[in-house]
Design a binder for this molecule. Structure first.
Ligand code: AMP
Ligand code: MG
Length: 423
């Protein structure tokens, strides 16, 4: 008897998947394919937040620029400070921030001083006013607890003139803006922003404002992608929706590649009859890989398109957000001239068991919280289907279940990738 056999292809229904890349391999492949942007531009310091410095930042001044008092109190000559008992001094002048005194302090004298005021000539130590007893208008008494040099900020103790404050490649933070301003920088040279063109694909997609006919849906990926790109601080070229038509798609691919450093599409990367992304990329550019052993987000196309990098994200709204988070975000950071970012991963106790088979990486939308004991715990944020965007809304983290993991029992410790530093 002849037995017939159906050849079954690997799909997202399979746990193990020998033809797909592992998540870590995919990240490596993406990183290797990228060349950070080198072009730079000058921006006002105020606009430099989140930008990457294109050169070292040197200091042309000392910060603080003069030796000054760290307290409101009285400035003394260190050798005058009593080593035992108490001693009385005459207050001979007052020094304020912005209004220094040119009085030269001599033995037995002290000078009333406010925080930030330059240390008067002769003085080198400050006693805070709470530790000095004012006898009358111009007499103070102090005891023996004080040491020479106390409560004084030395010129250049934060930043010395000529020091390199920031190296090329640094991503500017809020504190950096303050430091740059303290050095007198009005402008800084930064790497230009990456330009990112994106569009949604699918005949079923309608724009918000349109009325939906049978079988149609609103294009939500356009908005979540727009939001995530905005958070990344890149230049955005929003190309809207393109239907499942090879000719229209080819045109859109070419226009996007001509305008951008990186092109992102959503939808059309599966093996359905209207999934053209991979074929067009093969024709117009080069496909580097197109499936990853992960859930959600297994079909993901990465490659080159006429000098631009290309990410073909899946169509399902959650898969779009997840793959953006895992692959596009670090790629954009790297492209923007910084390093490949290291995500903050924390450990938390699983409140509930999580079913999983070994073989692929699964990302569970989770809610991370502190319990009454102050311990971090995590639970799923609701149904985990890759089209269920509301559970992504509720989530504040991904629970990371790697390829080797074969399920989690309640109470197990799991690795968690928070979306932000606040819960
Ligand atoms: P596809 O990969 O094109 O087969 O799309 C997979 C699923 O995601 C289908 O149910 C699509 O209708 C849905 N989808 C694709 N693109 C979008 C979009 N831009 N907004 C919302 N849903 C989408
Ligand atoms: Mg589609």
């Amino acid at each position: 008897m002849v037995s017939s056999k159906i050849t079954i292809q690997v799909s997202c229904a399979d746990a193990g998947d020998p033809y797909s890349l592992r998540v870590a391999q995919a990240k490596n492949a993406i990183r290797k394919a990228l060349t950070p942007i080198a072009e730079d531009e000058m921006v006002a310091v105020r606009d430099a937040l989140g930008r990457v410095l294109a050169g070292d930042c040197m200091s042309s001044i000392d910060v603080p620029s003069h030796t000054n008092s760290a307290m409101d109190g009285y400035a003394f000559i260190g050798s005058d400070l009593p080593t035992e008992g108490e001693r009385e001094f005459t207050v001979v002048a007052t020094a304020m921030a912005g209004q220094p005194t040119d009085h030269v302090c001599t033995s037995g004298q002290c000078i009333r001083i406010m925080t930030g005021a330059p240390m008067p000539a002769g003085t080198d130590s400050v006693v805070m006013q709470e530790q000095a007893e004012l006898m009358d208008d111009d007499r103070v008494r102090i005891d023996s607890r004080h040491r020479t040099g106390q409560n004084v900020r030395q010129a250049g103790e934060d930043i010395a003139r000529g020091a390199c404050v920031y190296r090329k490649g640094r991503r500017v933070t809020a504190a950096d803006l303050g430091v740059l301003a303290s050095l007198g920088y009005a402008e800084v040279r930064v790497i230009r922003r990456p330009r990112v063109a994106f569009f949604s694909t699918g005949d079923e997609l309608r724009s918000i404002g349109d009325t939906l006919a049978e079988g149609e849906i609103y294009d939500s990926n356009r908005y979540s992608l727009y939001a995530m790109l905005t958070e990344m601080g890149v230049e955005i070229i929003d190309m809207g929706v393109v239907g499942d038509d090879p000719q229209a798609l080819t045109g859109a691919f070419d226009r996007a590649a001509a305008a951008a450093d990186l092109v992102i599409t959503s939808g059309g990367v599966s093996v359905g009859e209207a999934d053209y992304t991979k074929a067009i990329l093969e024709q117009r550019g080069e496909v580097a890989f197109w499936t990853i052993a992960m859930k959600p987000g297994r079909p993901l196309t990465f490659g080159h398109l006429d000098g631009a990098l290309f990410f073909g994200l899946p169509g399902n709204p959650v898969a779009v957000m997840l793959t953006f988070h895992q692959f596009v975000r670090p790629a954009l950071r790297y492209l923007a001239g910084g390093d490949w970012p290291q995500d903050l991963i924390v450990e938390a106790r699983a409140e509930k068991g999580l079913k999983k088979r070994a073989g692929r990486f699964e990302f569970v939308r989770g809610i991370l919280a502190y319990d009454e004991m102050g311990e971090l715990t995590v639970k799923p944020a609701g149904a985990q289907g890759s089209g269920i965007l509301t559970s992504m809304s509720r989530a504040n983290c991904f629970v990371l279940l790697d390829e080797a993991c074969a399920g989690v029992a309640a109470g197990d410790r799991v690795r968690v990738q928070p979306f932000s530093t606040q819960l």
